[in-house]
Ligand binder design. Structure first.
Ligand SMILES: [Zn+2]
Length: 453
């Protein structure tokens, strides 16, 4: 059983000025307490919440007798979290100052300090008694409420002073049981696509992450330059435009869409998802061509880890097991002959050095992930099916069309999962033309040889 948690932000309705002032006061006191505690803890190198509370509770309590006492507990938790982070940075030499700066504050509330009032309001304990606040429940919020998620007892609140609203950070939790996998769905994230292998059929989701990331980066840069020239470095106009751009980018974010399709496909079949254990190496091939250091970093962050993380997160939520495989050689060795595949100058199509059959790089990786998973092999053992196929020639025509047919974005973006049966859908008919011929062939060979369970 695993516990999954998600944070959902809801806003309160606009709060009357007088009432809002109570919250501003509350925030002021809370901030002071956290600042004091943080200073004290850093000075005395105290990382533990319990120790901090034991040493400071009485003193702080007597300074703020009007405040509900649990604010001191949560402030201790807040402070000790900050201190832990700060001391870690300091140890690495990144801290840059003596004490952590308490700049942004969100007030931590435990179950003594807030209560849900039905589904559309919450009550908050303050120095002026309990205050009831209506919230604007939104679609995402209801989705969690209606799908068996429960509210955790901790909540954080922040303030939007300009609009006199509370931002309430709710945590929804769900206990999910992972099922025992009946099969495997390998997934390989590449520069321009995400490849999956479902029941021996390979699908390539076209993503073109590079173009997306770079496009966004340059657009952002152009806006920055333009606004800096017009209004100076710190203009509000610029911030506003950049925020809009960011929101749009989020909306167009394909990661979640892909993750949903893949996880749902695995879930329907009760399969485990098989992925590469991501190391630092992942985006290197892609980033090599990009000079700008910061941009490299961005690509590294955004594309590869992003898609895989989204899949992992969705999988956890639905109890879909995820199996990690050492990526060593997954795209370099022929899954059938265990011999190197030769890719000539940057081509995605390679030739098996042993038997001369052709392979598409992204699909080779999927096959190897599948085979490694079936052998229960998370290690970096050289390659799968050694010896058992030695000396055996694979009868694939070298002239066949091996370029897999990719799923254009327009085609998969509206889908919920991949088809269960092999006929019927346009998606499948499309696939039949491309990879299928080859991939199915590989499947039948492996099956004959008893390598595919
Ligand atoms: Zn081969």
């Amino acid at each position: 059983m695993a516990r999954v948690a998600r944070t959902v932000i809801v806003k309160s309705v606009k709060i009357p000025r007088k009432l809002f002032r109570v919250f501003v006061e509350l925030e002021g006191m809370y901030r002071n307490i956290v600042e004091q505690l943080t200073m004290f803890a850093v000075r005395n190198s105290i990382k533990s919440f319990t120790k901090l509370k034991a040493l400071k509770y009485r003193e702080v309590r007597s300074l703020y007798p009007q405040l509900p006492s649990h604010y001191i507990y949560t402030a201790c938790q807040d402070a000790s979290t900050r201190v832990k982070g700060f001391l870690r940075l300091k140890k690495l030499g990144f801290a840059g100052r003596e004490y952590p700066e308490v700049r942004r504050v969100s007030i931590w509330l435990d179950d003594h300090l807030w209560k849900p009032g039905g589904y559309t309001s919450i009550r908050i304990a303050t120095h002026k008694g309990w205050i009831n606040i209506e919230v604007e429940a939104h679609k995402q919020y209801w989705r969690y409420v209606n799908h068996g998620w429960k509210l955790a007892s901790e909540v954080k609140i922040k303030f939007d002073r300009r609009n006199r609203q509370l931002l309430i950070y709710l945590t929804f939790i769900k206990d999910v049981e992972e099922y025992k996998p009946r099969g495997y769905l390998p997934l390989d994230v590449n520069e321009n696509n995400v490849a999956v292998l479902v029941d021996d059929i390979a699908y390539l989701f076209e993503t073109d992450t590079r173009k997306l990331v770079l496009g966004y980066h340059y657009r952002r840069k152009r806006i920055q330059e333009k606004y800096d020239k017009l209004y100076g470095k710190k203009s509000r106009a610029k911030r506003k435009v950049l925020k809009k751009l960011k929101e749009r980018k989020k909306k167009l974010d394909i990661r979640w869409k892909i993750a949903n399709i893949i996880v749902r496909t695995a879930y329907e079949r009760r399969y485990a998802i098989v992925v590469e254990k991501l190391g630092k190496r992942v985006a290197n091939n892609m980033a090599k061509r990009v000079k700008d250091k910061q941009l490299r970093h961005r690509i590294f962050q955004a594309s590869f880890k992003g898609i895989q993380k989204a899949v992992e997160e969705k999988a956890r939520e639905h109890g879909v097991p995820v199996i990690y495989i050492n990526p060593k050689n997954t795209s370099k060795l022929c899954p059938i002959h265990n011999s190197p595949i030769i890719y000539s100058n940057g081509s995605r199509i390679g030739t098996c050095s042993k038997s001369k059959e052709l392979w598409h790089r992204d699909i080779v990786a999927c096959w190897n992930l599948l085979l490694k998973a079936q052998r229960g092999d998370g290690s970096n053992a050289p390659s799968p099916i050694k010896r058992s196929v030695d000396g055996w020639v694979m009868p694939l025509p070298t002239t066949a069309t091996h370029e897999p047919t990719a799923l254009k974005k327009g085609l998969w973006a509206r889908r919920k999962s991949l088809p269960l049966t092999q006929n019927a859908t346009a998606l499948n008919r499309m696939k039949m033309v491309g990879t299928n011929g080859i991939v199915k062939h590989v499947a039948s060979i492996l099956e004959e040889r008893g390598m595919l369970k």
